[in-house]
Design a protein around this ligand. Structure first.
Ligand SMILES: C=CC1=C(C)c2cc3[nH]c(cc4nc(cc5[nH]c(cc1n2)c(C)c5CCC(=O)O)C(CCC(=O)O)=C4C)c(C)c3C=C
Ligand SMILES: [Fe+2]
Length: 214
C-alpha cells in the first residue's frame, strides 16, 4: 500500500543552509522511497515519503548521491561551523522544525541478531553483485553465507561484549550533534537510520515525518 506525505524542510536562512539552487532538481531514493526536491525560486527543500513497507534496503550509491550528500552536508556543515558568522541570542530557527538524519550501516546488537544482520548485508547487491541472470540467487546465497558465517561472527561479537557498538556510537554522535546545534540556537531533533539493522533508515524517516504531525 502506498502512503504519500509531504514534508517541507525549511532552513532558517535558506540561502545560508541550502546550496545555491541554480535550477530545480529532484532526487529520488529507490529504497527508502524518499524524494528530495530543491526549488530555485523558493530555495525550499521538500522531502516526500512516498511509500512504506519496503523490505529491500537501498543501494548505497543513490543513498549517498552527490546531490543528497551536498544537500545534507552543506546544511549540517553550515550550522555547525558557522563560527565565522555572528551567533544571535534569539533562536535561529523560530518555530521551524528541523530534523537531521544521520545515516550509518548498523551492526548486530545481540548474538541473536548476528545471522539476520549478515543476511541483510549479503542480500544487498552492492555488497555481493551477481550477474543479472543470477539475481534470483541473491537471497538464497545471502541465507547460505549468513548461516555459515554466523557462528564465527558470534564468537567475535561475544569477545567484544556480545554485540556491535555501532548503534551506541552513532546515537552518541547524534546527541553531540544535537547539543552542538542547540549551542548555536538551532533546536533540531537528530535521528539515526541504519542500512542493515535497527533502527532502519525507513523507520527513522517515519520518525522524522512525525515532527510535522500536529
Ligand atoms: C566476504 C565477506 C564480506 C564482505 C565482502 C563484506 C563487505 C562489506 N561489509 C560492509 C559493512 C559491514 N560489515 C559488517 C560486518 C561483517 N561483514 C562481514 C563480511 C563481509 N563484509 C562479516 C562476516 C561481518 C560480521 C562481523 C565478522 O564476523 O567479522 C558490519 C558490522 C560492523 C559492526 O559494527 O558490527 C558492517 C557495517 C561493507 C560496507 C562492505 C562492502 C562495501
Ligand atoms: Fe562486512
Amino acid at each position: 500500500m502506498n502512503q504519500s506525505m509531504n514534508i517541507r524542510i525549511q532552513s532558517p536562512s535558506p540561502s545560508l543552509l541550502l546550496p545555491p539552487a541554480k535550477c530545480s532538481s529532484r532526487w529520488r531514493c529507490p529504497c527508502i522511497r524518499v524524494q528530495l526536491e530543491t526549488c530555485a525560486s523558493s530555495n525550499l527543500s521538500k522531502m516526500s515519503l512516498i511509500s512504506r513497507g519496503s523490505s529491500a534496503w537501498c543501494k548505497i550509491k543513490p543513498m549517498f548521491s552527490e546531490s543528497l550528500t551536498k544537500m545534507y552536508s552543506s546544511q549540517i556543515e553550515v550550522l555547525v561551523t558557522s563560527r565565522a558568522q555572528e551567533v544571535s541570542d534569539t533562536p535561529a530557527v523560530g518555530d521551524d522544525k528541523i530534523g537531521v538524519l544521520l545515516l550509518n550501516l548498523g551492526g548486530p546488537e545481540t548474538l541473536e541478531d548476528v545471522q539476520p544482520f549478515l543476511f541483510n548485508l549479503f542480500a544487498d547487491p552492492d555488497i555481493i553483485r551477481l550477474p543479472r541472470l543470477f539475481r534470483f540467487l541473491q537471497k538464497p546465497l545471502a541465507k547460505f553465507i549468513s548461516v555459515a558465517r554466523a557462528p564465527k561472527s558470534k564468537e567475535g561479537y561475544a569477545s567484544i561484549g556480545g554485540g556491535s557498538p555501532l548503534r551506541q556510537i552513532t546515537d552518541a554522535q547524534a546527541e553531540e550533534l544535537r547539543k552542538a546545534l542547540s549551542e548555536k540556537n538551532v533546536l533540531a531533533k537528530v535521528y539515526v537510520g541504519m542500512r542493515y539493522w535497527h533502527p532502519f533508515t525507513e523507520e527513522a524517516i517515519e520518525q522524522v515525518s512525525l515532527l510535522w504531525v500536529v
